[in-house]
Write a protein of this length. Structure first.
Length: 152
């Protein structure tokens, strides 16, 4: 037979564990069902040209990441590549001099617009800037965007 102090500790541990499990489930469902507003309806925090934007990351990517992280940025440039990926398409704008590039992933409702783009098209794309990363292997920067839309 367990001692009364052990029963109390066991009861406390079970209640605490159940509470933590409930919190974990709530956090999981919050992030699993999180939706974002249509990027097309959000005013851009920044408007820029592709090559100067890339240069800003090449100059000081930590400062640029701090400035642009999770901000809506409208970028005007020339499409250098379209990359089909499963049910989506990624659009690339590259600085031919350095090989560094921007890559845009699109919201579902804007895939049709993105699929119409071809290399050489001049376009403004608005999206949420994820981050810029330097690849030591490729010796170039790439800046990724999510929830993108083609601006008209």
């Amino acid at each position: 037979m367990a001692k009364p102090a052990n029963k109390k500790a066991l009861k406390w541990a079970l209640i605490t564990g159940a509470g933590l499990l409930l919190i974990a489930v709530a956090v999981y469902f919050y992030f699993a069902t999180l939706t974002y507003a249509d990027t097309a309806k959000i005013k851009a925090d920044f408007t820029t040209e592709a090559i100067p934007f890339i240069k800003e990351f090449e100059t000081d990517y930590q400062a640029a990441n701090k400035k642009y992280a999770d901000k809506i940025v409208a970028v005007t440039g020339i499409v250098t590549a379209t990359e089909p990926a499963d049910t989506t398409v990624n659009i690339k704008m590259e600085d031919k001099a350095t090989g560094s590039y921007l890559i845009f992933a699109f919201q579902k409702q804007h895939l049709g617009e993105a699929k119409k783009l071809k290399p050489g098209d001049s376009v403004t794309i608005k999206g949420s800037c994820s981050d810029g990363v330097y690849s030591r292997i490729l010796k170039k920067y790439f800046i990724s965007f999510k929830r993108s839309t083609v601006e008209n």
